[in-house]
Ligand binder design. Sequence first.
Ligand code: AMP
Length: 178
Amino acid sequence: MMNQQLVEELEKTIENIPNFPKEGIQFKDITPIFLNPQLYKDVIHDLAAFSRDKIDVVCGIESRGYLFGIAIAVALDVPFILIRKQGKLPPPFLGQKYDLEYGSAEIEMRTGQLKPGQRVLIHDDLLATGGTTEAAALLVEKQGGVVSQFSFLIALKDLAGEERLKKFNAEVHQILSY
Ligand code: AMP
């Protein structure tokens, strides 16, 4: 499928839910993609093409980053590493705190899975403020990984997430921008 066709198909499929989970948020629901196996395959094809021969590992961010991240890794025949929310992983792991609108959160990654010098794709379904993705990239760097690429299905342009990722000097790809 040509990319423009993929964009149009995704625009029709992803549902926008206003004021969820709170007032003022336009929630993008990607779950209808999974009702259409051909569309899912086309998404993976696009995301895998972006990263082919450019990365050694995919790191996916909990939880919707797993839905596509694992399939990208399998398509490229490279390992997949989970970046999880705090408290889910058994030790040993490393954590990285980041700020939320109110308060802070932390993500964690098992140590010993990522090898120093490996080129990493960090993948999530959606880039909003970039806070989560930035924390994931810092976590990868803490372990000696090279943040080479970021990919998303969707980037919300108004929130300037991409600005925040510039310091990593990595390629950024999204299929859809809103
Ligand atoms: P951020 O750290 O602000 O870039 O937020 C990114 C994370 O929050 C991603 O894992 C998204 O799945 C989720 N997220 C943020 N905003 C939205 C939204 N409008 N619709 C769906 N998911 C969102």
